[in-house]
Structure formats: structure tokens, C-alpha cells
Design a protein around this ligand. Structure first.
Ligand SMILES: NC(=O)C1=CN([C@@H]2O[C@H](COP(=O)(O)OP(=O)(O)OC[C@H]3O[C@@H](n4cnc5c(N)ncnc54)[C@H](OP(=O)(O)O)[C@@H]3O)[C@@H](O)[C@H]2O)C=CC1
Ligand SMILES: O=C(O)[C@@H]1CCC=N1
Length: 263
């Protein structure tokens, strides 16, 4: 897959994040990217950067060989039916849509085709996504190309399709969960004396540093916690109070509720 034009069908939160990540990564020229939505006024910034913006999904498919579907789950059937006459064996379809299986998509299409499911998160806009990928009936070359693409936009993990909903919760919803954790830190930080801006900086950089420690050293979180907790100190006092209030339990229950919501 040497020359590649990429169409992003559905220029919403995730579609624009993917476009921004692609621009930042220099993976391809802006002119090789087309992004669609019905109301294109929200895509002016991407257009100014050289990306093709249109509400014509069929034209976008005809001008591209990789099609990233980034619409809401209830919209994918109509989209696939709309573009199927323009889809050929040369096209590679990548769906980032939640909860719609490759078998579901092939059923929506008249002719089964090579489909990849990818589950990135919104940090793809700054090349910091974790993208879980599952493939079916794709060639080795296509698989390698997709992994290479998403490796430019963060890290990737190949998973079985049966784990895709779990990947959605941990990796994609996880961005919102992490934001809520950081927000709570900010609220606490303000209560103990910081202004909001300073509390935000300290909270976000602390979480970033903690995550980098795990990614860099491959240690278990509890090993890192042991390094922070002085006997009879303030860290263990805070941690234990959080656990008495149900911190870990509420996280686990939230993750399970999120998972059961998908289906
Ligand atoms: N947001 C996230 O963090 C993540 C989302 N996902 C999944 O990605 C998908 C998109 O999510 P998200 O970006 O949040 O949703 P959005 O609603 O923000 O984006 C969907 C976009 O699709 C466009 N759209 C709707 N109908 C059409 C159409 N007929 N032709 C072209 N574009 C159309 C809409 O714009 P308009 O109405 O103007 O057409 C809208 O901007 C969902 O399936 C979601 O589950 C997966 C991982 C993370
Ligand atoms: O909330 C949702 O349904 C989607 C799935 C992953 C992130 N947002």
C-alpha cells in the first residue's frame, strides 16, 4: 500500500482527533486526507490546514483507498449502505465504531470485504493514543500497514475481536475516567490551598509522571506505591481513607457498568 489516501467518514470528536494526529505525525500529506460530515462548518480549521472537507461520503470513498468509519454506532448501517457501491476490493475499511462487529458490518454490506476494527482514544490527536486493533480477512501487508499507521499516533495492541468492547472501556472511555480522577485531584488541591491553574498543572503532570514510570520501568503500581508510602506517613493515610470511601471498588464497578452498557 504505497500511495494512500485516507477518508475519515464522520468528522466528530474522534474523527477530527484522528485527522489532527495524522497532521501532527506527518504520516501523510494533509492533501491525502479527506474528512466528511453533514455539517462541515465545524471542520474549517482542518480545511485551512489542507485537508479535504466534504459532506459527500461517496466522493470521499472514490478518492481514497483507506476508509476510516468514525460515526455513532446507530449511524454505521446507513453509512455503509450509502458508500458500498463505491467500495472495491482495493479499499481497506477501518471502523472505530463502538460495539459493531466485523460480522455485523459485513452483513450490512452487500459484498464482504477486508475490515479492521480499531479502538483509539482522543489522545490520538496528540499521537498519544493506545489503539487496540483486531483484523479479519485482511492481508499481512494490510495488517502491517494499519499497525504502522496507528503506531504513528501512539501505541498499539493487537487483540481478539471478543475483547473489543473491553478495549473500548479501558482504552477509550478510560480517557474520561482519567480526566475525572485528575479533576478530583484539582478539586482537592484547591481545597488545600492551590489556585485552580497551579492545581491543574501539578495534578496533570503528576499523573503523567506516574503513567510514564509504569510504562518505562514495567513495574506494578503497588511497587511504585510502596516507594511513596512512608510508615505512619501522609500518603498511606490518604490512600487508606480513599479505600475506606470505596475508591478502587467504585472504579471497578464503573468499568463493569461501562462494559455492560455496550452489550
Ligand atoms: N469520542 C471518543 O472518545 C471515542 C469514540 N469512539 C467511537 O467513535 C465513533 C464516533 O464517536 P464520536 O466522534 O465521539 O462521535 P461524534 O458524534 O462526535 O462524531 C460522529 C460524526 O459523524 C458525523 N456524521 C453523522 N452522520 C453522518 C453522515 N451521514 N455522513 C458523514 N458524517 C456523518 C456527525 O456530524 P454531522 O452530524 O455534521 O454529520 C459527527 O460529527 C462512535 O462510534 C464512538 O463510539 C471510539 C473511541 C473513542
Ligand atoms: O461513550 C461512548 O459510547 C464512546 C465509546 C468510547 C468513547 N466514547
Amino acid at each position: 500500500m504505497s500511495t494512500t489516501n485516507i477518508a475519515i467518514i464522520g468528522g466528530g470528536n474522534l474523527g477530527t482527533a484522528i485527522a489532527n494526529g495524522l497532521l501532527q505525525s506527518s504520516f501523510c500529506d494533509a492533501t491525502a486526507i479527506t474528512i466528511t460530515k453533514r455539517n462541515t462548518t465545524t471542520l474549517t480549521r482542518l480545511q485551512q490546514k489542507g485537508i479535504h472537507v466534504t459532506s459527500d461520503n461517496v466522493a470521499a470513498v472514490k478518492n481514497s483507498n483507506v476508509i476510516i468509519i468514525a460515526v455513532k454506532p446507530f449511524q454505521i448501517k446507513d453509512i455503509l449502505q450509502e458508500i458500498q457501491s463505491a467500495l472495491t476490493a482495493q479499499h481497506l475499511l477501518i471502523s472505530v465504531v463502538t460495539g459493531v462487529s466485523i460480522a455485523d458490518m459485513n452483513e450490512m454490506l452487500q459484498h464482504p470485504m477486508a475490515i479492521v476494527r480499531a479502538m483509539p482514544n482522543t489522545a490520538i490527536a496528540i499521537q498519544q493514543s493506545i489503539t487496540c486493533i483486531t483484523t479479519q480477512h485482511t492481508t499481512t501487508e494490510q495488517n502491517e500497514w494499519v499497525i504502522h499507521l496507528f503506531n504513528q499516533l501512539g501505541k498499539t495492541v493487537l487483540i481478539e475481536e471478543k475483547l473489543m468492547n473491553a478495549a473500548t472501556v479501558l482504552g477509550a472511555c478510560g480517557t474520561a475516567f482519567a480526566m475525572r480522577y485528575i479533576r478530583a485531584n484539582i478539586q482537592g488541591g484547591i481545597e488545600i490551598g492551590f489556585d485552580a491553574a497551579t492545581a491543574s498543572l501539578i495534578a496533570a503532570q503528576t499523573v503523567k509522571g506516574a503513567a510514564e514510570l509504569l510504562l518505562t520501568t514495567q513495574t506494578h503500581p503497588e511497587q511504585e506505591i510502596d516507594k511513596v508510602t512512608t510508615p505512619k506517613g501522609c500518603t498511606i493515610a490518604g490512600l487508606n481513607e480513599m479505600e475506606h470511601q470505596g475508591f478502587s471498588s467504585s472504579m471497578i464497578k464503573g468499568i463493569a457498568a461501562s462494559f455492560h452498557k455496550i452489550g
